[in-house]
Ligand binder design. Structure first.
Ligand code: GMT
Length: 376
């Protein structure tokens, strides 16, 4: 098939999944055309049958807010026309699904163009709910020929808040490439991150408010009182200064390392003893899956789609969002019992490989594409 993919190209789980999907589809013989305002950051190097088309935008003094949605519609239309795309797959509904709808309408007189939209998270649970976006989000979701959501939780939210029939949304979970995300990634950085042999606690995110990064610091402070540990904070975003300040206030500057954005997160996760994701909401929690695939037990909030990924008491622990004491207690329970920690690590690895690998998940997207294209 010839498939167009649009996603946010910068740091973020939806862009990561879209990029990995495109690469996996190309490896399986499909021709993949990424259409976005910049090259997706995980799309480094040459991949056979993968192409990138940058959305061209003309700046004009009248435009305080340049109309990216329109430029994207034109780029999708042109790419579909020139390369004979069978379908375009939009990751994150806003504004991508609306741009795809426009492209389809523009092309309608010449040929059909099918649209698949994958709902990822705040397109449904936050941004899409705002009155300025709700109607267009609902319209463009309903106009898509195929729909998927990354968790049952997100499907149910979409049904409830956008009145989309549940039967129209297929739940296809996110996935990881197990060639990249595995426990024995080299080089190993353990001796540099924890020179005294301390346990390594890790958090990876974009440091937005909903990630509750200050909670991560508080949880670590309690773990640190119980056993020798280091906290590695990976990523960057608006709440990083608050987290840095909280670590300083708690006298943890020597024990908490803020690494900022990192290109090879798998190298870090491979030496992680406990991954912490204390989010307020999370439709899936891709970072937690990446950690599991690298062999780290996960301590996470029992919110959104996280219970569909983390098996409480088996691959890690789930505790209420914001319950710092309960989370710290669970973290200490994992880190102070190496046999249990290893058992959780093994269980997480098996789950990641069996249910959330590219081999397990990508065929489900292919089946969705087939259905959409053959629907006439
Ligand atoms: O929805 C967002 O806030 C952004 C989005 C992203 O691009 O990172 O994150 C969502 O999609 C990811 C990939 O499917 C999921 O792993 C995240 O859980 C989800 N974020 C939220 O639901 C807050």
């Amino acid at each position: 098939m010839k498939i167009g993919i649009t996603c946010y190209p910068t740091y973020g789980g939806s862009g990561v999944v879209a990029t990995e999907l495109g690469i996996a589809l190309a490896e399986r013989g499909h021709e993949v055309h990424f259409v976005s305002y910049a090259q997706p950051f995980r799309l480094g190097g040459f991949h056979e049958r993968v192409f990138f088309h940058e959305v061209e935008m003309e700046d004009y003094p009248l435009f305080e807010h340049p109309p990216y949605s329109l430029a994207l519609a034109v780029a999708l239309h042109d790419t579909a026309r020139k390369h004979g795309l069978d379908l375009v797959h939009m990751h994150y509904a806003i504004p991508h699904a609306a741009s795809a709808y426009l492209a389809r309408q523009m092309l309608a007189a010449e040929r059909p163009l099918k649209i698949v939209t994958t709902l990822h998270g705040t397109d449904i649970t936050l941004v899409g709910l705002h009155p300025s976006f709700h109607a267009i989000t609902r319209f463009s979701i309903l106009e898509s020929d195929g729909l998927s959501a990354v968790s049952s939780y997100l499907r149910d939210e979409t049904v409830r808040d956008f009145s989309v029939p549940a039967s129209r949304i297929e739940v296809i979970p996110n996935f990881i490439d197990t060639r990249i995300w595995h426990p024995d990634v080299r080089p190993c950085h353990r001796s540099k991150l924890a020179p005294g042999g301390e346990k390594i606690v890790m958090h990876v995110s974009n440091f937005r408010a909903l990630k509750r990064v200050e909670d991560v610091i508080e949880i670590f402070a309690r773990i640190d009182r119980a056993l020798p540990a280091r906290l590695i904070m990976v990523g960057d975003g608006p709440d990083r200064p608050r987290a840095v300040q909280r670590a300083a206030d708690l006298g943890l500057e020597e024990k908490v390392l803020f690494l900022g954005k990192h290109q090879s997160v798998e190298e870090l996760l491979a030496c992680c003893d406990l991954f912490v994701l204390a989010s307020q909401t999370e439709s899936f929690g891709l970072a937690a899956l990446e950690a599991m695939a690298c062999g780290a037990p996960v301590l996470a909030s029992a919110v959104g789609g996280l219970p569909e990924l983390v098996v409480d008491g088996v691959t890690g622990f789930l505790r209420p969002a914001g319950d710092i004491e309960a989370m710290a207690e669970a973290g200490i329970a994992i880190l102070s019992d190496e046999e249990r920690r290893r058992a959780m690590s093994r269980a997480g690895l098996v789950l990641a490989r069996e249910q959330f690998s590219a081999e397990a998940v990508v065929p489900r997207y292919e089946a969705l594409y087939e259905r959409v294209v053959n629907a006439g």
